[in-house]
Design a protein around this ligand. Structure first.
Ligand code: S3P
Length: 439
């Protein structure tokens, strides 16, 4: 990689956890591929451990080397999973539950998926409906919420118009589509993260995506998968998670004099809305893409404290930064003027209601923030004060307030801060290290 200003003294953040979304998919698809798949750069966060545990309880052998962040998954083929003896516990991970449901709907056995109290409040109708249309025997045991009972069987291909730009919904349908008659098509209004499509292609599945500019029905993206005989194992390298790098990007922007270089971060365009938005707000950001990366591109990201101004964040950029909106909202408190976040009602059904929680907890610090039906309005440049806040067991809320804590010189007490492990074990130590170096 070429750096424009080699001599500048930035702090190097050598590794953030491997991308969580890509890790889930790598474990699941290699479990149903032929032969063994070697995966490097895996995330060993709590959510990914949920996927690993579920696959292991269906007879998949997975050798993990935590220090090297590698895994070898011994795949058993498309129908190689065995009937789990117990309920599959997805814990906090909606990705585990929704994506596995697509595969389990086609298995020749019954299964039950459940999770922790937070996961039991996440909407599941969004996957139940399309999987049922595919002839899937999938039933909620609690009014469209988990636990889910799945009576696996033969599936039909469908053409599904997904109103929600959700990669989890799309992926559940595409994974089921591997097993369904002929072809299965998912249409989306805007492109949600496309890691499943890229990885399915790398595993040899017949999959293609078409883009339509002008459509009368508002659906611009169409992805079609064909019934598949076999998935073929191949080495996978998982880049760093931009959703984890986001906290250091935010810290760098709002902590005076801070200047960091974050290495090997995934820059799949369906995930880089945060870079676009920070640039629009006036941030100093440089991207140094790696040469010869595979289907998931990655780069080093250089970013430093900058004078920011408010902007409107809306429309097709929203799915590309959905998980980063809490930390973007926090950064907006330091920007001159007003930031408006729209079209983000999906935030209400994440690990917490992230609109309500960001508004209530930021208000405790003295921020000027107003909740709207699909987002928030933040008037920046108010002085924030320390307070006790509640993370509501939501990892992205906890990490966002840890960054704010560093920015205002300490004093914010975060209830339930340990939930950061859901996506980023060791986050607080890394943040402390980086901040100490910058002072
Ligand atoms: C994810 C998709 C997004 C995101 C979640 C991970 C995935 O959810 O918020 O953290 O790995 O597919 P939705 O698909 O519900 O938007």
């Amino acid at each position: 990689m070429k750096y424009s200003n080699k001599n500048e003294a930035y702090i190097i953040i050598d590794s953030v956890p491997g991308d969580k979304s890509i890790s889930h998919r790598a474990f699941m698809l290699s479990a149903i591929a032929e032969g063994s798949t070697y995966i490097s750069g895996i995330s060993i966060c709590r959510d990914c451990l949920s996927t690993i545990n579920c696959l292991q309880s269906m007879g998949i052998k997975i050798d993990i080397d935590i220090s090297k962040k590698t895994a070898i998954v011994h795949g058993k083929g498309l129908y190689g999973l065995s009937k789990p003896e117990n309920v599959l516990d997805c814990q906090n991970s909606a990705t585990t539950m929704r994506l596995l449901s697509g595969i389990l709907s086609a298995m020749p056995f019954d299964s039950v998926l459940s999770g922790d109290p937070s996961l039991k409040k996440r909407p599941m109708k969004r996957i139940i409906e399309p999987l049922k249309l595919m002839n899937g025997g999938i039933y909620s045991l609690n009014h469209d919420y988990a636990p889910l009972y799945i009576k696996g069987g033969k599936l039909n291909g469908i053409k599904y118009f997904s109103n929600i730009p959700s990669a989890q919904v799309k992926s559940a349908i595409l994974f089921a589509g591997l097993y369904a008659g002929n072809t299965t098509t998912v249409l989306e209004p805007e492109l949600s993260r496309n890691h499943s499509e890229l990885m399915l292609k790398d595993f040899g599945a017949g999959i293609s995506t078409d883009y339509f500019k002008d459509t009368s029905d508002g659906f611009h993206i169409s992805t079609t998968i064909s019934n598949t005989d076999k998935l073929y194992s191949h080495d996978i390298h998982i880049p760093g998670d931009i959703s984890s790098a986001a906290y250091f990007m935010a810290a760098a922007l709002i902590i005076p004099e801070m200047h960091v270089l974050i290495r090997n971060v995934g820059i799949n365009p369906t995930r880089t809305g945060i870079i676009k938005v920070f640039k629009q707000m006036g941030a100093y950001v440089n991207i140094y893409p790696a040469e010869n990366s595979g289907s998931e591109p990655y780069a080093d990201i250089e970013i430093k404290s900058s004078q920011l101004h408010g902007i409107v964040i809306e429309g097709s950029v929203i799915p590309t930064l959905i998980d980063e909106l809490p930390v973007i909202c926090a950064v907006s408190c330091f920007a001159q003027g007003t930031t408006i976040i729209k079209d983000a009602a999906e935030l209400k059904v994440k690990e917490s209601d992230r609109i309500a929680v960001m508004c209530s907890e930021l208000s405790k610090l003295g921020a000027d923030i107003t909740e709207t039906c699909d987002g928030m309005i933040i008037n920046g440049k108010k002085t924030l004060r320390p307070s006790k806040i509640n993370s509501y067991h939501d990892h992205r809320i906890a990490m966002t307030f840890a960054v704010l804590n560093a920015a205002i010189g300490g004093g914010i007490n975060i209830k339930g801060s340990e939930c950061a492990d859901i996506s980023y074990p060791g986050f607080y130590n890394e943040l402390k290290k980086v901040c100490q170096k910058s002072y």
